[in-house]
Ligand binder design. Structure first.
Ligand SMILES: Cc1ncc(COP(=O)(O)O)c(C=O)c1O
Length: 436
Protein backbone atom coordinates (compact mmCIF):
# COMPACT_ATOMS: atom_id res chain seq x y z
CA UNK A 1 0.00 0.00 0.00
CA UNK A 2 1.19 3.51 -0.80
CA UNK A 3 1.59 5.26 2.53
CA UNK A 4 2.41 8.98 2.39
CA UNK A 5 5.93 9.91 3.56
CA UNK A 6 4.80 12.60 6.00
CA UNK A 7 4.03 12.00 9.70
CA UNK A 8 0.20 11.83 9.59
CA UNK A 9 -1.29 9.57 12.24
CA UNK A 10 -2.18 5.92 12.50
CA UNK A 11 -5.87 6.70 12.07
CA UNK A 12 -5.50 9.15 9.20
CA UNK A 13 -2.31 9.14 7.16
CA UNK A 14 -3.41 12.36 5.46
CA UNK A 15 -4.08 14.34 8.63
CA UNK A 16 -1.55 17.06 7.75
CA UNK A 17 -2.64 17.41 4.12
CA UNK A 18 -6.21 18.68 4.41
CA UNK A 19 -7.23 22.16 3.34
CA UNK A 20 -7.83 24.58 6.19
CA UNK A 21 -11.57 24.48 5.48
CA UNK A 22 -11.69 20.75 6.22
CA UNK A 23 -10.59 21.37 9.80
CA UNK A 24 -14.05 22.60 10.70
CA UNK A 25 -15.51 19.36 9.31
CA UNK A 26 -15.45 17.15 12.36
CA UNK A 27 -17.95 14.50 13.37
CA UNK A 28 -19.38 15.41 16.72
CA UNK A 29 -19.22 13.07 19.65
CA UNK A 30 -23.02 12.91 19.65
CA UNK A 31 -23.01 11.19 16.25
CA UNK A 32 -22.08 7.85 17.82
CA UNK A 33 -24.93 8.20 20.30
CA UNK A 34 -27.37 8.74 17.47
CA UNK A 35 -26.38 5.41 15.95
CA UNK A 36 -27.76 3.90 19.17
CA UNK A 37 -30.73 6.26 19.11
CA UNK A 38 -31.91 4.82 15.81
CA UNK A 39 -32.57 1.42 17.42
CA UNK A 40 -36.28 0.58 17.50
CA UNK A 41 -36.50 0.45 21.31
CA UNK A 42 -35.45 4.11 21.50
CA UNK A 43 -38.14 6.76 20.99
CA UNK A 44 -36.36 9.24 18.80
CA UNK A 45 -37.55 12.79 19.28
CA UNK A 46 -34.31 13.78 17.56
CA UNK A 47 -34.75 13.30 13.82
CA UNK A 48 -36.34 15.85 11.49
CA UNK A 49 -37.56 13.21 9.08
CA UNK A 50 -40.89 13.74 7.30
CA UNK A 51 -43.42 10.95 7.84
CA UNK A 52 -43.10 9.31 4.42
CA UNK A 53 -45.51 6.42 5.19
CA UNK A 54 -48.30 9.03 4.87
CA UNK A 55 -47.58 9.43 1.15
CA UNK A 56 -49.70 7.50 -1.37
CA UNK A 57 -46.79 5.24 -2.26
CA UNK A 58 -48.75 3.37 -4.96
CA UNK A 59 -49.41 6.61 -6.80
CA UNK A 60 -45.77 7.67 -6.48
CA UNK A 61 -44.73 4.28 -7.76
CA UNK A 62 -46.90 4.61 -10.86
CA UNK A 63 -45.50 8.13 -11.48
CA UNK A 64 -41.97 6.72 -11.41
CA UNK A 65 -42.82 3.64 -13.49
CA UNK A 66 -44.50 5.71 -16.19
CA UNK A 67 -41.65 8.16 -16.19
CA UNK A 68 -39.15 5.43 -17.04
CA UNK A 69 -41.36 3.61 -19.55
CA UNK A 70 -42.66 6.69 -21.35
CA UNK A 71 -39.90 9.30 -20.96
CA UNK A 72 -36.91 7.24 -19.86
CA UNK A 73 -34.64 8.53 -22.61
CA UNK A 74 -35.00 12.07 -21.25
CA UNK A 75 -35.36 11.28 -17.55
CA UNK A 76 -32.17 9.21 -17.48
CA UNK A 77 -30.13 11.70 -19.50
CA UNK A 78 -28.10 14.70 -18.28
CA UNK A 79 -30.14 17.87 -18.02
CA UNK A 80 -29.69 21.62 -17.76
CA UNK A 81 -27.51 23.11 -15.00
CA UNK A 82 -30.33 25.45 -14.02
CA UNK A 83 -32.92 22.68 -13.86
CA UNK A 84 -35.82 21.47 -16.01
CA UNK A 85 -37.92 24.32 -17.36
CA UNK A 86 -41.31 22.72 -16.70
CA UNK A 87 -40.37 22.13 -13.08
CA UNK A 88 -39.15 25.71 -12.72
CA UNK A 89 -42.56 26.89 -14.00
CA UNK A 90 -44.31 24.66 -11.45
CA UNK A 91 -42.02 25.96 -8.69
CA UNK A 92 -43.21 29.48 -9.55
CA UNK A 93 -46.80 28.30 -9.07
CA UNK A 94 -45.91 26.78 -5.70
CA UNK A 95 -44.25 30.01 -4.58
CA UNK A 96 -47.30 32.02 -5.71
CA UNK A 97 -49.07 30.46 -2.69
CA UNK A 98 -46.78 32.66 -0.57
CA UNK A 99 -47.27 35.78 -2.66
CA UNK A 100 -44.09 35.42 -4.71
CA UNK A 101 -44.30 36.54 -8.33
CA UNK A 102 -41.16 35.05 -9.90
CA UNK A 103 -40.19 34.11 -13.44
CA UNK A 104 -38.94 30.56 -14.16
CA UNK A 105 -35.67 32.17 -15.37
CA UNK A 106 -35.03 33.33 -11.80
CA UNK A 107 -35.24 29.79 -10.40
CA UNK A 108 -32.30 27.41 -9.99
CA UNK A 109 -33.23 23.81 -9.16
CA UNK A 110 -30.83 22.29 -6.62
CA UNK A 111 -30.11 18.96 -4.94
CA UNK A 112 -32.33 19.76 -1.96
CA UNK A 113 -32.26 23.25 -0.51
CA UNK A 114 -29.12 22.06 1.29
CA UNK A 115 -27.23 22.39 -2.00
CA UNK A 116 -28.71 25.85 -2.49
CA UNK A 117 -27.30 26.80 0.94
CA UNK A 118 -23.93 25.46 -0.17
CA UNK A 119 -23.99 27.33 -3.50
CA UNK A 120 -25.03 30.66 -1.97
CA UNK A 121 -22.30 30.35 0.66
CA UNK A 122 -19.75 29.35 -1.99
CA UNK A 123 -20.39 32.39 -4.17
CA UNK A 124 -20.53 34.96 -1.35
CA UNK A 125 -18.22 33.85 1.44
CA UNK A 126 -14.47 34.15 1.76
CA UNK A 127 -12.81 32.80 4.92
CA UNK A 128 -13.56 35.11 7.85
CA UNK A 129 -16.60 36.75 6.25
CA UNK A 130 -19.56 37.33 8.51
CA UNK A 131 -22.98 35.69 8.21
CA UNK A 132 -25.73 36.77 10.57
CA UNK A 133 -28.04 33.96 11.67
CA UNK A 134 -30.74 33.45 14.23
CA UNK A 135 -29.87 31.98 17.63
CA UNK A 136 -30.35 29.02 17.42
CA UNK A 137 -30.10 28.15 13.70
CA UNK A 138 -30.41 25.15 11.36
CA UNK A 139 -27.54 22.72 11.96
CA UNK A 140 -27.10 21.90 8.24
CA UNK A 141 -26.66 25.60 7.39
CA UNK A 142 -24.14 26.04 10.20
CA UNK A 143 -22.13 23.08 8.87
CA UNK A 144 -22.10 24.65 5.42
CA UNK A 145 -21.09 28.05 6.80
CA UNK A 146 -18.30 26.41 8.83
CA UNK A 147 -17.03 24.54 5.80
CA UNK A 148 -16.50 27.87 4.03
CA UNK A 149 -14.85 29.29 7.17
CA UNK A 150 -17.50 31.94 7.72
CA UNK A 151 -17.87 33.66 11.05
CA UNK A 152 -21.45 33.33 12.25
CA UNK A 153 -22.92 36.09 14.40
CA UNK A 154 -26.06 34.87 16.14
CA UNK A 155 -29.01 37.16 16.86
CA UNK A 156 -31.57 36.45 19.54
CA UNK A 157 -35.17 35.45 18.85
CA UNK A 158 -38.32 35.45 20.94
CA UNK A 159 -41.72 33.86 20.33
CA UNK A 160 -42.20 36.19 17.33
CA UNK A 161 -38.93 35.29 15.63
CA UNK A 162 -35.84 37.45 15.30
CA UNK A 163 -35.87 40.62 17.42
CA UNK A 164 -35.46 43.52 14.95
CA UNK A 165 -33.60 45.74 17.40
CA UNK A 166 -31.03 43.02 18.02
CA UNK A 167 -30.61 42.46 14.29
CA UNK A 168 -29.97 46.17 13.78
CA UNK A 169 -27.41 46.17 16.61
CA UNK A 170 -25.65 43.07 15.29
CA UNK A 171 -25.29 44.57 11.81
CA UNK A 172 -23.96 47.80 13.33
CA UNK A 173 -21.48 45.91 15.53
CA UNK A 174 -20.12 44.04 12.50
CA UNK A 175 -19.78 47.36 10.64
CA UNK A 176 -18.07 48.93 13.65
CA UNK A 177 -15.48 46.15 13.46
CA UNK A 178 -14.64 47.31 9.92
CA UNK A 179 -16.45 44.44 8.21
CA UNK A 180 -19.79 43.94 6.52
CA UNK A 181 -22.20 41.09 7.07
CA UNK A 182 -22.39 39.26 3.72
CA UNK A 183 -25.89 37.99 4.34
CA UNK A 184 -28.56 37.40 6.98
CA UNK A 185 -29.72 33.80 7.05
CA UNK A 186 -33.26 33.36 8.34
CA UNK A 187 -35.89 30.62 8.62
CA UNK A 188 -39.02 32.75 9.04
CA UNK A 189 -41.63 29.97 9.25
CA UNK A 190 -41.81 27.17 11.84
CA UNK A 191 -38.15 27.55 12.58
CA UNK A 192 -35.75 24.63 12.74
CA UNK A 193 -34.94 24.19 15.61
CA UNK A 194 -36.76 26.96 17.50
CA UNK A 195 -40.33 26.16 16.37
CA UNK A 196 -41.27 29.87 16.23
CA UNK A 197 -42.28 32.06 13.25
CA UNK A 198 -41.40 35.63 12.40
CA UNK A 199 -44.53 37.66 13.05
CA UNK A 200 -46.20 39.40 10.13
CA UNK A 201 -45.70 42.75 11.93
CA UNK A 202 -41.93 42.26 12.12
CA UNK A 203 -41.36 41.15 8.53
CA UNK A 204 -41.39 44.61 6.98
CA UNK A 205 -39.08 45.98 9.67
CA UNK A 206 -36.60 43.14 9.25
CA UNK A 207 -36.62 43.68 5.49
CA UNK A 208 -36.03 47.41 5.92
CA UNK A 209 -33.14 46.85 8.33
CA UNK A 210 -31.41 44.64 5.78
CA UNK A 211 -32.19 46.96 2.87
CA UNK A 212 -30.88 50.02 4.71
CA UNK A 213 -27.67 48.24 5.70
CA UNK A 214 -27.21 46.68 2.24
CA UNK A 215 -27.27 43.18 3.73
CA UNK A 216 -28.61 40.46 1.47
CA UNK A 217 -31.28 38.24 3.03
CA UNK A 218 -31.26 34.45 2.62
CA UNK A 219 -34.84 33.35 3.30
CA UNK A 220 -34.90 29.58 3.87
CA UNK A 221 -38.46 28.31 3.83
CA UNK A 222 -38.88 24.53 3.66
CA UNK A 223 -41.80 24.46 6.13
CA UNK A 224 -43.90 27.42 4.92
CA UNK A 225 -46.79 25.29 3.62
CA UNK A 226 -46.92 23.20 6.80
CA UNK A 227 -48.74 25.70 9.01
CA UNK A 228 -51.52 24.37 11.25
CA UNK A 229 -53.72 27.49 11.25
CA UNK A 230 -54.79 29.52 8.26
CA UNK A 231 -53.12 30.17 4.94
CA UNK A 232 -49.39 30.44 4.24
CA UNK A 233 -47.77 33.71 5.30
CA UNK A 234 -46.46 36.07 2.64
CA UNK A 235 -42.76 35.45 1.99
CA UNK A 236 -40.33 38.33 2.41
CA UNK A 237 -39.10 37.63 -1.13
CA UNK A 238 -42.59 38.66 -2.30
CA UNK A 239 -41.79 42.21 -1.17
CA UNK A 240 -38.18 42.45 -2.24
CA UNK A 241 -37.01 40.67 -5.39
CA UNK A 242 -33.58 42.37 -5.38
CA UNK A 243 -32.56 42.03 -1.73
CA UNK A 244 -33.67 38.47 -0.97
CA UNK A 245 -32.53 35.03 -2.10
CA UNK A 246 -35.34 32.60 -1.39
CA UNK A 247 -34.83 28.86 -0.84
CA UNK A 248 -37.57 26.25 -1.16
CA UNK A 249 -37.76 22.48 -1.05
CA UNK A 250 -40.01 19.53 -1.87
CA UNK A 251 -38.47 17.56 1.01
CA UNK A 252 -41.22 18.35 3.52
CA UNK A 253 -44.22 18.76 1.22
CA UNK A 254 -43.44 15.67 -0.87
CA UNK A 255 -40.34 13.54 -0.18
CA UNK A 256 -36.71 14.26 0.70
CA UNK A 257 -35.55 11.14 -1.16
CA UNK A 258 -35.86 12.92 -4.49
CA UNK A 259 -33.50 15.65 -3.24
CA UNK A 260 -35.22 18.46 -5.12
CA UNK A 261 -35.05 22.01 -3.80
CA UNK A 262 -34.53 25.41 -5.37
CA UNK A 263 -33.22 28.94 -5.07
CA UNK A 264 -34.75 32.11 -6.47
CA UNK A 265 -32.27 34.92 -6.81
CA UNK A 266 -31.78 38.30 -8.47
CA UNK A 267 -30.67 37.80 -12.09
CA UNK A 268 -26.88 38.29 -11.72
CA UNK A 269 -26.75 36.15 -8.58
CA UNK A 270 -28.78 33.46 -10.33
CA UNK A 271 -26.14 33.28 -13.09
CA UNK A 272 -23.37 32.74 -10.55
CA UNK A 273 -25.44 30.09 -8.77
CA UNK A 274 -25.86 28.14 -12.02
CA UNK A 275 -22.11 28.30 -12.74
CA UNK A 276 -21.36 27.13 -9.19
CA UNK A 277 -23.93 24.32 -9.52
CA UNK A 278 -22.44 23.16 -12.80
CA UNK A 279 -18.98 23.08 -11.21
CA UNK A 280 -20.42 21.02 -8.36
CA UNK A 281 -22.86 18.51 -9.90
CA UNK A 282 -23.12 19.44 -13.64
CA UNK A 283 -26.88 19.41 -13.31
CA UNK A 284 -29.48 18.38 -10.73
CA UNK A 285 -30.74 14.83 -11.41
CA UNK A 286 -33.16 14.88 -14.32
CA UNK A 287 -34.87 11.76 -13.03
CA UNK A 288 -35.79 13.32 -9.68
CA UNK A 289 -36.86 16.58 -11.25
CA UNK A 290 -39.16 14.91 -13.77
CA UNK A 291 -40.59 12.62 -11.08
CA UNK A 292 -41.43 15.64 -8.90
CA UNK A 293 -42.76 17.53 -11.90
CA UNK A 294 -45.05 14.65 -12.93
CA UNK A 295 -46.23 14.21 -9.34
CA UNK A 296 -47.16 17.90 -9.16
CA UNK A 297 -48.91 17.75 -12.54
CA UNK A 298 -50.85 14.50 -12.08
CA UNK A 299 -51.46 14.04 -8.34
CA UNK A 300 -53.52 16.12 -5.88
CA UNK A 301 -50.34 17.37 -4.20
CA UNK A 302 -52.03 20.17 -2.26
CA UNK A 303 -54.45 17.65 -0.75
CA UNK A 304 -51.44 15.60 0.28
CA UNK A 305 -49.87 18.63 1.97
CA UNK A 306 -53.14 18.95 3.91
CA UNK A 307 -52.81 15.30 4.99
CA UNK A 308 -49.28 16.03 6.24
CA UNK A 309 -50.45 19.16 8.05
CA UNK A 310 -53.21 17.28 9.91
CA UNK A 311 -50.85 14.47 10.82
CA UNK A 312 -48.18 16.82 12.16
CA UNK A 313 -50.78 18.90 13.98
CA UNK A 314 -51.98 15.81 15.85
CA UNK A 315 -48.39 14.94 16.78
CA UNK A 316 -47.65 18.52 17.86
CA UNK A 317 -50.75 18.39 20.06
CA UNK A 318 -49.61 15.09 21.60
CA UNK A 319 -46.18 16.52 22.36
CA UNK A 320 -47.42 19.81 23.81
CA UNK A 321 -50.03 18.07 25.99
CA UNK A 322 -47.44 15.59 27.32
CA UNK A 323 -44.94 18.35 28.05
CA UNK A 324 -47.67 20.28 29.84
CA UNK A 325 -48.49 17.22 31.97
CA UNK A 326 -44.99 16.00 32.74
CA UNK A 327 -42.36 18.72 32.65
CA UNK A 328 -40.94 19.93 35.95
CA UNK A 329 -41.31 23.59 36.93
CA UNK A 330 -38.78 26.01 35.40
CA UNK A 331 -38.80 24.11 32.09
CA UNK A 332 -39.99 26.25 29.18
CA UNK A 333 -40.72 25.37 25.58
CA UNK A 334 -42.02 26.91 22.38
CA UNK A 335 -45.49 26.19 20.94
CA UNK A 336 -45.05 25.74 17.19
CA UNK A 337 -47.95 26.55 14.87
CA UNK A 338 -46.53 24.45 12.08
CA UNK A 339 -43.46 22.47 11.05
CA UNK A 340 -41.69 19.78 13.04
CA UNK A 341 -39.97 21.17 16.16
CA UNK A 342 -40.26 22.25 19.77
CA UNK A 343 -37.35 24.08 21.43
CA UNK A 344 -37.13 23.32 25.12
CA UNK A 345 -35.06 25.11 27.75
CA UNK A 346 -34.10 23.14 30.85
CA UNK A 347 -34.22 24.23 34.47
CA UNK A 348 -31.05 26.13 35.47
CA UNK A 349 -27.93 24.02 35.91
CA UNK A 350 -28.97 21.16 33.61
CA UNK A 351 -26.87 20.48 30.52
CA UNK A 352 -28.61 18.92 27.51
CA UNK A 353 -25.42 17.52 26.00
CA UNK A 354 -24.15 15.97 29.24
CA UNK A 355 -27.62 14.50 29.82
CA UNK A 356 -27.96 12.86 26.39
CA UNK A 357 -26.18 9.55 27.19
CA UNK A 358 -28.51 9.11 30.18
CA UNK A 359 -31.52 9.89 28.01
CA UNK A 360 -30.46 7.34 25.40
CA UNK A 361 -29.98 4.79 28.19
CA UNK A 362 -33.57 5.59 29.20
CA UNK A 363 -34.48 4.95 25.51
CA UNK A 364 -35.34 8.45 24.40
CA UNK A 365 -33.33 10.77 22.15
CA UNK A 366 -33.30 14.49 21.37
CA UNK A 367 -30.77 16.87 19.83
CA UNK A 368 -28.78 18.97 22.35
CA UNK A 369 -29.02 22.71 21.81
CA UNK A 370 -25.28 23.09 21.17
CA UNK A 371 -25.80 21.57 17.70
CA UNK A 372 -27.66 24.71 16.67
CA UNK A 373 -25.09 27.33 17.61
CA UNK A 374 -21.81 28.08 15.85
CA UNK A 375 -20.21 29.18 19.10
CA UNK A 376 -20.86 26.37 21.59
CA UNK A 377 -23.86 28.01 23.28
CA UNK A 378 -27.15 26.21 23.72
CA UNK A 379 -26.27 23.64 26.39
CA UNK A 380 -29.30 24.68 28.45
CA UNK A 381 -31.69 23.90 25.57
CA UNK A 382 -32.57 21.06 23.22
CA UNK A 383 -34.72 20.28 20.19
CA UNK A 384 -37.61 17.83 20.28
CA UNK A 385 -39.16 16.69 16.98
CA UNK A 386 -42.70 15.40 16.72
CA UNK A 387 -42.76 14.73 12.96
CA UNK A 388 -41.94 11.04 12.85
CA UNK A 389 -43.13 9.09 15.92
CA UNK A 390 -46.83 8.32 16.34
CA UNK A 391 -48.71 10.25 19.07
CA UNK A 392 -48.46 7.24 21.42
CA UNK A 393 -44.72 6.99 20.92
CA UNK A 394 -44.41 10.75 21.46
CA UNK A 395 -46.27 10.45 24.78
CA UNK A 396 -44.02 7.55 25.79
CA UNK A 397 -40.91 9.47 24.69
CA UNK A 398 -41.87 12.54 26.72
CA UNK A 399 -42.62 10.29 29.73
CA UNK A 400 -39.12 8.77 29.50
CA UNK A 401 -37.60 12.21 29.01
CA UNK A 402 -39.44 13.49 32.11
CA UNK A 403 -37.96 10.56 34.09
CA UNK A 404 -34.46 11.57 33.01
CA UNK A 405 -35.10 15.18 34.00
CA UNK A 406 -36.35 14.08 37.40
CA UNK A 407 -33.11 12.18 38.04
CA UNK A 408 -31.03 15.11 36.83
CA UNK A 409 -32.88 17.45 39.17
CA UNK A 410 -32.23 15.08 42.08
CA UNK A 411 -28.53 15.11 41.21
CA UNK A 412 -28.65 18.88 41.01
CA UNK A 413 -30.20 19.16 44.45
CA UNK A 414 -27.57 16.76 45.87
CA UNK A 415 -24.47 18.12 44.14
CA UNK A 416 -25.45 21.65 43.09
CA UNK A 417 -25.54 22.89 39.51
CA UNK A 418 -23.68 20.89 36.87
CA UNK A 419 -20.66 22.23 35.05
CA UNK A 420 -22.51 23.01 31.80
CA UNK A 421 -19.97 25.43 30.35
CA UNK A 422 -21.66 27.68 27.81
CA UNK A 423 -18.70 28.70 25.68
CA UNK A 424 -17.10 25.58 24.30
CA UNK A 425 -15.13 27.08 21.41
CA UNK A 426 -15.80 27.10 17.70
CA UNK A 427 -17.12 23.73 16.82
CA UNK A 428 -20.20 22.83 14.87
CA UNK A 429 -21.90 19.85 16.38
CA UNK A 430 -23.27 18.41 13.16
CA UNK A 431 -25.33 15.28 13.67
CA UNK A 432 -25.93 12.97 10.71
CA UNK A 433 -28.34 13.93 7.87
CA UNK A 434 -31.38 12.16 9.29
CA UNK A 435 -31.24 14.49 12.26
CA UNK A 436 -31.16 17.63 10.17
C1 LIG B 1 -34.32 24.98 7.70
C2 LIG B 1 -33.87 23.93 6.75
N1 LIG B 1 -33.27 24.30 5.61
C3 LIG B 1 -32.86 23.41 4.71
C4 LIG B 1 -33.05 22.04 4.92
C5 LIG B 1 -32.54 21.09 3.88
O1 LIG B 1 -33.57 20.44 3.26
P1 LIG B 1 -33.44 19.70 1.87
O2 LIG B 1 -32.00 19.74 1.45
O3 LIG B 1 -33.93 18.34 2.11
O4 LIG B 1 -34.29 20.50 0.93
C6 LIG B 1 -33.67 21.62 6.09
C7 LIG B 1 -33.84 20.17 6.37
O5 LIG B 1 -34.23 19.75 7.41
C8 LIG B 1 -34.11 22.58 7.02
O6 LIG B 1 -34.73 22.24 8.16
Amino acid sequence: MNVPQTPGSRLDAYIDRYAARARAMTASEIRALFAVASRPEVVSLAGGMPYIPALPLDAVSSVVEKLVSERGAVALQYGSGQGAETLREQICQVMALEGIDAHPDDVVVTVGSQQALDLVTRIFIDPGDVIIAEAPSYVGALSTFASYQAEVVHVEMDDDGIIPEHLRNAIAAVEASGRRAKFFYTIPNFHNPAGVSLSVERRQEVLEICQRAGVLMLEDNPYGLLGFDGSPVRAMRADDADGVIYLGSFSKTFAPGFRVGWAVAPHAVREKLVLAAEASVLCPPNFSQLAVSTYLATQPWQEQVKVFRELYRERRDAMLASLEDLMPPETVWTRPRGGFYVWLTLPAGLDSKAMLPRAVTARVAYVPGTAFFADGFGSSSLRLSYCYPTPDRIREGVRRFAGVLEQELELRSTFGTGSGPEALGHHVDAPSPDLA
